[in-house]
Ligand binder design. Sequence first.
Ligand code: HEM
Length: 134
Amino acid sequence: MTVEDDTLAGYTIAAGAIVLLSPYVTHRHPAVWEAPERFDPDRFAPARAAARPTMAYFPFGGGPRRCIGSGFATLEMQLIVTAVVQRYRLTLVSGACVSPTAGLTLRPSPAVPSWLHPLRGEREHRDEHRDHRA
Ligand code: HEM
């Protein structure tokens, strides 16, 4: 909530107004992101990230109330994704249509129906577990 009258990008904002920021829109803004809809993890490479305004990307909010768990959450996501893709090849179930649903957080709707194809044989997995128990 704003504490006093202000002008932002030509818009007059009265004191007491509630201003919402949309990560969905900002994270796809073509003025800031090159080919925003393209899957391009390299866009987060340090040199390219440094060329963008700080708040162009704010999944964890910003300022003094920024998410306290951002470092933990980022590390956890990297560990989980790495552990899964080292063991399985994922493919979307044919014909599945995934679309985003806005709520408190943005989620795929209704889900992401996927096949997980083991990258190694079942037998090797069993042997590995037996070795751990030994
Ligand atoms: C992908 C995972 C997560 C996302 C996207 C996320 C996102 C956010 C966002 C957007 C905020 C509000 C920031 C603001 O007001 O500017 C927030 C606050 C907060 N988050 Fe997270 N968060 C995540 C995981 C976590 C985890 C794992 C923890 C704890 C271990 C955590 C603890 C908190 C706390 C305590 C706040 C309130 C901070 C405050 O008001 O001072 N979050 N988070």
